[in-house]
Design a protein around this ligand. Structure first.
Ligand code: AMP
Length: 196
């Protein structure tokens, strides 16, 4: 199965993407996690990445497109994959759709997490205490939410109109278990339709 998760930072899509990937046994590709892992390299690129990420801005499309193309072509993704945090810009989405076409891949499900930004701000403050992420503070979260509205929201709208039969709006203000139940019901229906 091939699934995309859209949603603003702090909407809980990473948590849900991880749970679903474990439940159905497919790779979870969180571009945020992959980039945070690269920060540990301590080389020149990692210093640049750190500066961009901790300010809440987006890393260049070229870097992201390469990371994702390499991952999606690897054995790790032969059973399917969940994209979490990508595509985030129209350029990334054009690249991804061309890549999918060249591999004759099709998306099965697109989840679009929706949440009030006030709730996001509260959650991020809480997460900063638990996870100690340098991009989890109130000024940076405002930049990240603005970036989401300017760059990623239009991408999610585009996927919503292009793939309307596979696109599901999810109320992300609810409990983790409630959201998970709804996502799994949609995944199971998708599987019954033989779309794996
Ligand atoms: P996330 O964990 O998905 O919120 O990502 C953390 C940070 O990594 C973002 O604020 C961006 O700086 C960077 N990042 C992650 N995914 C992307 C992407 N698809 N395009 C550009 N930057 C990204």
């Amino acid at each position: 199965m091939k699934i995309i998760f859209f949603g603003p930072p702090g909407s809980g899509k990473g948590t849900q993407a991880k749970l679903i990937s474990e439940l159905i046994g497919i790779s979870h590709l969180s571009t945020g996690d992959i980039l945070r892992d690269k920060l540990k390299d301590g080389d020149e690129l990692s210093l640049k990445l750190k500066e961009i990420m901790s300010s809440g801005n987006l890393v260049s499309d070229d870097i992201l497109n390469k990371i994702v193309a390499d991952k999606l072509s690897s054995n790790e993704c032969s059973n399917g994959f969940i994209l979490d945090g990508y595509p985030r810009t129209l350029t990334q989405s054009e690249f991804l759709l061309l890549f999918m076409k060249s591999k004759k891949f099709e998306f099965d499900i697109i989840f679009n997490f929706k949440i009030n930004f006030k709730i996001v701000e509260e959650r991020i403050i809480l997460r900063s205490e638990n996870e100690k992420r340098s991009d989890d503070n109130i000024e940076v979260i405002k930049t990240r939410l603005n970036k989401y509205m300017e760059e990623t929201y239009p991408v999610s709208q585009f996927f919503g109109s292009e793939f309307s039969d596979k696109f599901f709006d999810i109320d992300a203000s609810r409990e983790i278990s409630q959201i998970q139940k709804e996502l799994m019901e949609i995944v199971k229906k998708g599987r019954k339709l033989g779309e794996i």
